[in-house]
Design a protein around this ligand. Structure first.
Ligand SMILES: C[C@](O)(C(=O)O)[C@H](CC(=O)O)C(=O)O
Length: 535
């Protein structure tokens, strides 16, 4: 292998130029809101020597512009999730962006399907983004070619779609440690993604079903994840946007109590009692008692499970509790410091043991509220570009409270919101009128990107069921009437084999034509319109 001939002095000079370029880049309007906990020197030292440009940057700049435009106008983008190129090509006609959902990938893009546990390989979603991005480029290319086959005076009458809708993708929890987050980020940037999101859920513990519990990682681990992703984006010199998603809402567990910023929300037993695990084990061994879920529910009741502050409130006088809260102030107070304040101001002892309540997996019980989400969102904001408080249930007051509090600190913040298929809006108290204006009302609080992540699961699934029935019952007549006729008549540019051959035959013909031209002269196939003129 030949040795590089560049001298150390030249290498140093090039390094210093790169550092300066990075510093200048970080001052641009797209970058200036991001605050890194590392230097441009560090980024420059981590860069490989071959400068590379990424389509992800173009797409991110486009998305950045679209979302800021919405923010300025109080409007919003609505999109939905898919993993299917044939769906994406039609979305482009009405929507500005495309979402690639992890849940959908887990159902349809893996060898072994399963529910939304983010238990598929770390490169699954970036590979699907790559597939979608290539399909967008193909549609874009054939549309361009189709237009160029027509004389300029006819082109205004042709359809002209922006197929290159920025793709937003699901990075889940970054798939393990910082190195996997870094590798996934690299693949996302390579794939052409415009933005991806990282959340604070625990790897292997993305559990939504009752009794299993949603588990978050400590505050610091969440911030580390986002920092790892931002660092890798910077190393690649890309504009790729990062969406900071926070899953604290409705979380039942946290994996560790290492970060004092979480202590306020961790729950423990407030009476001396056998630990939850021992209680469950004994019940299982006895084999004659209650089902284990009921044993757990009984233990939760018997243990007086609550946060330390709730435990203080339960034993203190009203005056003592007020003094305790006042002394806590607004900053971070660890459990140790809370115990000391309580010992000083409360006359009765406060029993609190969070270890007794640990789960079989070692998790601690966690009690989330809007304040906890706000704290994480504010700490995460400087590393990313958009914020999303993922909420299971659409509580309007919580939504208002969350966005208002974050906007007090970051008035120009861009926000995202996800609609899942089984939100029960009427049950949550939304009137028909409120449902109609829900998206617009959110947009007024800066929620500029709104997504139904798993429409394909519910919507496309339903359409497939309906069509299967129709196909079975009405056969060809039903197909012609309800599919082919409208597809050819009203949407002549669907991906089907319609008159205009818009599914790509012109493009393929152009390739064959170009090759044949060597032997038979230009325009040999004679199939394309004005092909001769365009070569
Ligand atoms: C966005 C999401 O992460 C996804 O995988 O699509 C899911 C979707 C859903 O549950 O509806 C999520 O919000 O966790």
């Amino acid at each position: 292998m030949p040795r590089l001939t560049i001298s150390a002095a030249e290498e140093q000079l090039a390094f210093e130029v790169t550092v300066k370029e990075i510093e200048e880049w970080w001052q641009t309007p797209r970058q200036s809101h991001i605050k890194r906990p590392y230097s441009a020197q560090r980024v420059a030292s981590l860069r490989p020597s071959l400068p590379t440009k990424y389509a992800s940057s173009e797409q991110a700049l486009k998305l950045w512009k679209q979302l800021n435009e919405h923010l300025k106008n109080g409007t919003h983008e609505m999109t939905f999730g898919t993993t299917e190129p044939t769906v994406v090509s039609q979305m482009a006609k009405h929507l500005q962006t495309v979402y690639v959902s992890g849940a959908l990938c887990g159902f349809s893009e893996v060898a072994e399907p399963g529910m939304d546990h983010a238990d598929y390989p770390w490169d699954t979603v970036p590979k699907v983004v790559d597939k979608i991005f290539r399909s967008q480029q193909w549609h874009d290319q054939k549309q361009h070619h189709f237009r160029m086959l027509h004389p300029v005076e006819q082109r205004d009458g042709l359809e002209h779609w922006d197929y290159m809708a920025p793709i937003i993708a699901d990075g889940d929890m970054g798939f393990g440690g910082s190195t996997s987050t870094i590798k996934m980020t690299k693949l996302f940037v390579d794939s052409g993604v415009a933005m991806f999101h990282l959340d604070d859920l625990a790897s292997g513990k993305k559990r939504f079903t009752i009794g299993q519990g949603r588990t978050v990682v400590p505050f610091s681990e969440y911030i580390d994840r986002l920092t790892a992703a931002r660092l890798q984006i910077d190393i690649m010199g890309a504009e790729t946007m990062l969406l900071c998603r926070c899953d604290v809402d409705h979380s039942e567990f946290i994996t560790d109590i290492i970060d004092p910023r979480d202590h306020e929300y961790v729950q423990g037993a407030t009476v001396p009692i056998a630990s939850l695990i021992d209680t469950m084990r004994e019940a299982a061994e006895a084999g004659d008692g209650l089902p284990l879920l009921q044993v757990r529910a009984k233990w939760i009741k018997d243990s007086g499970l609550s946060t330390f502050d709730e435990a203080v409130k339960a034993v203190a006088t009203e005056q003592e509790y007020t003094a305790y809260i006042e002394k806590l102030g607004k900053g971070t107070v660890s459990l140790k410091a809370r115990r000391a304040i309580a010992a000083e101001l409360v006359s009765k002892p406060v029993f609190f043991d969070w270890d007794l309540a640990r789960s079989r997996d070692g998790q601690y019980f966690y009690k989330s509220n809007v304040k906890a989400i706000v704290e994480r969102a504010i700490a995460a904001a400087p590393l990313g570009d958009v914020t999303w408080a993922r909420m299971d249930l659409p509580k309007w007051d919580d939504l208002v409270s969350f966005h208002t509090q974050v906007r007090e600190v970051y008035p120009d913040r861009l926000f995202a919101f996800g609609y899942t298929g089984d939100y029960d809006f009427p049950k949550a108290g939304f009137s028909t009128e409120a449902i109609k204006t829900f998206g617009e009302d959110l947009a007024k609080m800066g929620v500029v990107w709104q997504v139904q992540p798993i429409w394909c699961l519910q919507g496309l699934n339903m359409l497939t069921e309906q069509f299967s029935k129709l196909w079975r019952e009405r056969g060809l007549e039903g197909y012609l009437e309800t599919v082919q006729k409208p597809a050819l008549a009203t949407v002549p540019m669907t991906d089907g084999f319609e008159k205009a051959s818009y599914c790509g035959s012109y493009l393929a013909d152009a390739f064959f034509d170009t090759l044949a031209a060597r032997d038979f002269g230009e325009g040999s196939s004679g199939k394309t319109i004005s092909a001769k003129r365009q070569r």
